[in-house]
Design a protein around this ligand. Structure first.
Ligand code: ZN
Length: 164
């Protein structure tokens, strides 16, 4: 199965709000499978559809606890706090300390279109929240405190220059 090219900052699709999927069919299943392939090849732990140029609420996550494919994912419950250094396949060379809920319960549909709930904690919870953020056009650089932002400013400028 071919892999998708990964869209990198400052590609405008990364800032779009993604549309809900009305019905899960062969097209969505194919996109999810190809997204998983793309994530593994890039050695990422998660990927959201806008990162491969598709405006749709689809994510894949695998932090070493098995592959999860989710359609229209939403965070139902949040518990505790956790800070982890996160990277993003769309922001090569950049890591940001992001504070998120330590535990989450996420609801969505599986690839058959059936409603499912998934509980995640620590790295898995971060990855789920990170990918769900992508569906709202939110990136890890949005979490940087003003002082810390300067640290990555140069790297962002380089990405802007090398874009296209
Ligand atoms: Zn990301």
């Amino acid at each position: 199965m071919p892999v998708y090219p990964i869209r990198k900052y400052p590609d405008s699709i990364l800032r779009e709000k993604c549309k809900r999927i009305e019905k899960v069919g062969p097209r969505e299943r194919k996109i999810l499978a190809q997204m998983a392939e793309t994530m593994y090849k890039a050695k990422g732990v998660g990927l959201a559809a806008p990162q491969v140029g598709i405006n749709a609420q689809l994510i894949v996550v695998d932090v070493g606890e098995g592959l999860v494919k989710l359609v229209n994912p939403q965070v139902l419950l949040r518990e505790g706090k956790s800070i982890l250094e996160e990277g993003c396949l769309s922001l090569p060379g950049i890591t940001v300390k992001v504070e998120r809920a330590k535990k989450v319960r996420v609801q969505g549909w599986d690839e058959k279109g059936e409603r499912i709930e998934i509980d995640g904690k620590d790295l898995f919870a971060h990855a789920l929240q990170h990918e769900i953020d992508h569906l709202q056009g939110v990136l890890i650089i949005d979490y940087t405190a003003p002082g810390l932002r300067e640290r990555i400013e140069e790297k962002l400028a380089q990405l802007e220059e090398s874009y296209m």
